[in-house]
Design a protein around this ligand. Structure first.
Ligand SMILES: [Zn+2]
Ligand SMILES: [Zn+2]
Length: 266
């Protein structure tokens, strides 16, 4: 079976990743991938929103960098996508972004539980100490459920991101997972197995096995992503991700072309 596609990787335009798309593509070929997708952090309508994404004026440059990788490595399928931040109220902006280029897919991710707190930002780790962990997880999953319900995305990114720093609530999070997955199942988007969690304090793929088991029960499709922020991270720990997916019962993952879905065995 071929390796599943790696649908989550970044570029230096987001200001916290290194290596050009051609370098990511070269590494993808070295590790035996046949398909990848660039999904850099989407620009906001206002460039001063935060400092870890491309400016709006750089969107064309982003597309040109991905096109150059496509031209340089015609033997590798390279898709054009974005990891789009979901914040309530941003829906029109996300629809606007969708019209600007012929995207292959959008990953919808929640990083912000409020307009000012991106919970995975190491610079804001102290915010976690001011709050009850379960309340943060609830706020996060409420937004993630809205993201799934919005029908703006093909894939929902790193579904249990709040575990990144290994700050976990005592309470059972199963009801939060279920509500989110019901929305995902209803609207028909996929969730990703994101191996970046293995490189963080939580030392665990996103999402956790319990969430993935529930997803399989609800026939929620999956994709795979390394969330590479440097070329050598492309395809990283995919063997572990495939093993986890198979253990949960999965034998297929999705691929996208121009926001249309197909299934492939792995
Ligand atoms: Zn990033
Ligand atoms: Zn993300």
């Amino acid at each position: 079976m071929p390796m599943p596609a790696d649908y989550h990787m970044h570029t230096p335009l987001c200001r916290h990743a290194e290596g050009e798309p051609v370098d990511y593509a070269r590494h993808a070929l070295e590790v035996g991938l046949t398909e990848i997708g660039f999904s850099d952090h989407s620009p906001m309508e206002r460039d001063d929103f935060d400092n870890w994404r491309m400016n709006l004026s750089q969107l064309d440059e982003y597309v040109a960098k991905v096109r150059l990788a496509q031209k340089t490595f015609p033997q590798l399928t390279i898709l054009l996508a974005l990891e789009v931040d979901f914040l309530p109220g941003q829906e029109d902006w996300i629809r606007n972004l969708a019209t600007r280029h012929p995207w292959d897919y959008f990953i919808g991710s929640v990083h912000y539980v409020s307009d000012s707190w991106d919970i995975d930002n190491p610079a804001k780790l102290s915010e976690w100490k001011k709050r009850d962990a379960f309340e943060v997880w609830q706020a996060y999953f409420d937004r993630l459920t809205l993201a799934a319900e919005s029908r703006l995305f093909e894939i929902i990114g790193h579904a249990d991101l709040p575990k990144k720093f290994d700050i976990r609530p005592q309470q059972d999070c199963t009801p939060l997972y279920k509500k989110f997955l019901d929305a995902v199942a209803t609207t028909g988007c996929a969730i990703e197995l994101n191996t970046a969690g293995l490189r963080k304090d939580c030392r665990e793929i996103y999402p956790t096995r319990a969430l993935l088991d529930l997803a399989f029960q609800k026939s929620v499709p999956i994709t795979f992503g390394s969330d590479a922020h440097k070329p050598e991270e492309v395809g990283m720990d995919f063997a572990a991700a495939v093993e986890l997916a198979r253990a949960a019962g999965y034998r297929q993952s999705c691929r996208f072309r121009q926001r249309r879905r197909e299934f492939f065995g792995f």
